[in-house]
Ligand binder design. Sequence first.
Ligand code: FES
Ligand SMILES: [Fe+2]
Length: 361
Amino acid sequence: MNQSYHWQPYFEATELEQAITLPAELYVSEQAHQLDRQAIFTRSWQCVGHVSELANNGDVITAEVANKPIVILRDHEGQLRAYYNVCKHRAGPLVLQKGNVKVLSCKYHGWTYKLDGQLRTAPEMQSTPNFELCDVHLDSVNVDTWQGYLFVNLSNSPIELAKVFENIVEKIAPINLLKMQFHHRDVYDVSCNWKVYMDNYLEGYHLPHVHPGLNKLLDYKSYTTELSPWYSYQFSPLESDDNFYGDGAAHYFCVYPNLMLNILPGRCQVNIIVPSEKNQCKVIFDYYYSDLESSSTKKMIQQDLSFSDEVQDEDIAICEHVQKGLESGSYHQGRLCVKRESGVWHFQELLRRAYREVSEL
Ligand code: FES
Ligand SMILES: [Fe+2]
């Protein structure tokens, strides 16, 4: 019997008041890792970069989504396109690194494709019977942008990307993400299932215990969580007078399934959580700032980076402990705090729905 059928009782929808966590098995087993790939990562919008990386016609980048190689480019007419990075001859790779290209040329035997995906040349294939260039086309993948961020979706019938992010622009005004510039990327390998990291992000309940520094900066009592169909929104006014971000608020968005936008005055930090093994994930931090040049901002950036490192070290340590707890055999499921963990409930409800959908296929 397929393992996901065995888990089906855990996929039933729950009310917040009755909320109980997903069972430990879904965080520790190889079958659950495969289920996440099938139910979540091949069926959702995945952030693969920023449009500034595809500024010119012919610019190309690569990505991996649900372990599948993808190429994203801007064609000669300026249109964004994405394909499986897989040649139709014998599955060779078309692009190995970012760059600017006139055609996509396979690294195995040199077949070339136009940027619209159509096969253009195939060396020495003229004498091969029943072979026509016009019959061969790369498999395309959905690509779209939101506020400058690039997304792809492997599903055949994806939900509109704009719907996923509905109202975020309004909630953060006057902060304008389109005006922010990329600063740098940090990547962390964390020894926990990707959902442990997500769950942890989704509640401020752990703030007083895990993040004493952050707790001073935020106003824990007025920390609120709002739920939208595809994301949850944690909001806190910035409290201490000497905080280096200036006046304003901290906006934390967790967008289904694995994207976080941490927006403070003058900065947006994008986190992408990518499962690598059943008990390992990659946590990508991309830092964007509205100004990279002025000396006051440079100072703010330095303070922001060292403060983010401190908070991230604290989160990694607690998540790795939780993974050990989940693997210990002494934990199955636990009740969620209605007042402080509605974001965890909401995320796990979206997962349950995705699991139900593939179990019913
Ligand atoms: S696999 Fe691409 S040309 Fe052979
Ligand atoms: Fe945290």
